[in-house]
Design a protein around this ligand. Structure first.
Ligand code: ZN
Length: 273
């Protein structure tokens, strides 16, 4: 199969792309997501695939497929939760479909032919409406036994200080989650650009935990907050305070494919073996 179709099922829009064998974009279309309507969501994906034509099909979703049940979990698009999305799509399309978390698709896109291409270990971060992450090792996505590898946004913010207290409640039921400090809406509530110094400091603390555990060559930032250039100037200088190493060689970089990485990564879920 030479053509790869990717679908990015977002909370407000659903995007389709088709890549040729060299990774060049040969089709793209974006339509509104029928929020709250599962059957219409299936129909939307099926009609996008019909327009994109023949090819392998990968779908990025705001959540993950539970290894225990095969059903969607951890989705903030709540109408997907508990649904057998993979089976229903395969029935509707008559083809095998690969599904992955949207942050994983972002990481895979940037590691395949983006800002982390050629990296031994890449960590992709989404700093958007939510905070997520994905791990790619030698070009392969690491999914994990619980299908949550890279789900760093719901770890607690390390070393909370007076300005981080009281710990913020998170929709996941925990408190003090990294997401509640580093998501785009949190930055806006804290004062936007005026609060950027504090944001950089929190991001450095949070990323230091990832570096100590995974030691990636490259960390690629994505999502709306990743457009702020100051992050790439300021955060690398703060990391040595928190990373357990004499030097920190980890590169912190913006994405190459930007908003297109989610849908490109979905297409790359089918890679040459
Ligand atoms: Zn949480």
């Amino acid at each position: 199969m030479t053509r790869r179709i990717g679908i990015d099922l977002g909370g407000t829009k659903t995007e389709a792309i088709a890549l040729d064998a060299e990774g060049r974009e040969v089709f793209r279309k974006r339509v509104p997501t029928p929020r709250g309507d599962y059957d219409a969501t299936l129909d939307t994906i099926a009609s996008l695939v019909a327009e994109a034509g023949e090819g392998s099909i990968g779908v990025g979703i705001p959540g993950a497929l539970s290894h225990a049940t095969g059903l969607v979990k951890n989705a903030n698009s709540t109408w997907l939760i508990g649904k057998p999305l993979k089976q229903d799509l395969e029935r509707a399309l008559g083809r095998e479909v690969r599904l992955a978390n949207d942050a994983n698709c972002f990481a895979l896109s940037e590691a395949t032919d983006g800002a982390a291409a050629g990296a031994e270990v890449a960590f992709g971060v989404i700093l958007g409406t939510g905070v997520g992450g994905g791990v790619v090792v030698r070009g392969r996505l690491v999914e994990g036994v619980n299908a949550i590898a890279g789900e760093w946004g719901h770890n607690p913010l390390p070393l909370p200080r007076a300005e981080d207290l009281p710990l913020r409640p998170c929709y996941c039921g925990r408190e003090g989650c990294i997401e509640t400090y580093l998501c785009g809406p949190a930055l806006e509530r804290d004062g936007g650009e005026a609060a950027l110094g504090l944001y950089c400091e929190r991001l450095a603390r949070a990323l230091a935990g990832v570096i100590n555990l995974l030691d990636p060559d490259v960390i690629v930032l994505g999502g709306g907050v990743s457009n702020i250039a100051r992050l790439y100037d300021e955060v690398p200088g703060l990391l040595p305070r928190y990373v357990f190493s004499d030097r920190v060689a980890t590169r912190l970089v913006p994405p190459k494919h930007g908003d297109s990485s989610g849908v490109r990564g979905a297409a790359w879920l089918w890679q040459p073996i």
